[in-house]
Design a protein around this ligand. Sequence first.
Ligand code: NDP
Length: 450
Amino acid sequence: MEFKSSYLQGIYETVCKRNPNEPEFLQAVKEVLESLEPVVAKRQDLVDAGIIERMVEPERFVQFRVPWVDDAGKVQVNRGFRVQFNSAIGPYKGGLRFHPSVCASVIKFLGFEQTFKNSLTGLPMGGGKGGCDFDPKGKSEGEVMRFCQSFMTELMKHIGPDTDVPAGDMGVGAREIGYMYGQFHRLSNTNSCVLTGKRVGAGGSLARTEATGYGLLYFVEEMLKTLKNDSVKGKTIIVSGSGNVAIYAVEKAHELGGKVVAMYDSNGYVYDKDGIKLDVIKQIKEVERARISEYAKRVPGAEYHEGCKGIWGIKCDIALPCATQNEISAEDAQKLVDNGVLVVAEGANMPSTPEAIEIFQKNGVLFAPAKASNAGGVAVSGLEMCQNSMRYNWSFEEVDAKLKTIMQEIFHNSFNASREFGDEGNLVMGANIAGFLKVAEAMKWHGVAY
Ligand code: NDP
């Protein structure tokens, strides 16, 4: 038996049977079910209403063909997905990921987690996720545009401002959102908020680009203040990845007085003992879309190492995994612990394996799970929807202040839930329970046919 409760064991076995060959999805479900053991013991009403059985099954899962023509005139075909996991508390909301590793399992794990994350933000957003196995790397502007237009031509049948509002994720930034939004606008003849992460001036919100990375640091700062009477100031930090989340995590970490000494992309990592020069990283990654190895060629004293794994052996106080799922193995976690890491906070979705999380928790590391600590991006997406509905824009400072408050509240709500359900400080459990309860109450209220 993997669970103490035979009821949860039964649910998990059904999920395994229904979703064979979907390891990421099963990993995400298992973690949530483990956290719900004390809830099941206390809340027979939710058991009777079959809430958990319903939550592990998506409301809808769409898979579609995405044909497009490359620069050589050849037809290419990719596979697109949208999962609409749970709309009990609001329209489905969650990003689109363009990466060769995208498959049903990845999209379903992300959509499942998104339900709880969106609930934690306190905003009325359900959970969804989508994407495609298209790789934007090495494609021309024209190819990316034609692909995005074809993707949206099909996706638009399933989304809408009160139904489902996608955003960006890995491989999908303002450029891709722009091409998709343009296509939607043209075909529908409506200018409604059907995507977030739009460019400022085209309906986008100020601070959306920065939101996930900044939010991560607001969470860490609040966690350190509350649990250790400490702060980010003076801490040595490593950040994995060098995309949207990573770049703005570094920016805020530096603003708060920390020093980020290493980052990576999927080829290798750079180490700069004097602190990463973010303007150089931005130039390489945001402007040139080049490889991080360029950094060591441009910054004297910086080192480049081929391969990513070495980054976790660098001594640091705070580790912020901001690249992809399962990037921290048990072995990596042990290295971080042996080097005295104080905080591990997830910027990416599910970057730590279950074994790694166990090592952090057993060794007293302050561990912030993605659902809570990276919710800043979707929170500001929610604020973008809000501004679009009002036909009004808030200033950067207004959005940033709201983001900070939301992240602080997510920390406290997760912490309080961990205390109430008997494992104080276990934020994995606390975030899962706090996110779950709000959706569960709404589903119960909606009745069993929901
Ligand atoms: P980007 O595409 O902007 O950046 C991803 C980064 O991760 C790149 O540096 C990429 O390197 C690296 N990476 C990807 N796969 C691997 C791998 N297998 N090994 C090592 N490095 C890898 O994505 P985002 O920054 O938007 O997203 C990063 C993570 O954060 C994802 O898990 C996403 O789901 C999550 N997230 C993002 C939000 C957002 O607002 N953007 C919101 C909440 C969560 P390379 O360029 O070489 O591929």
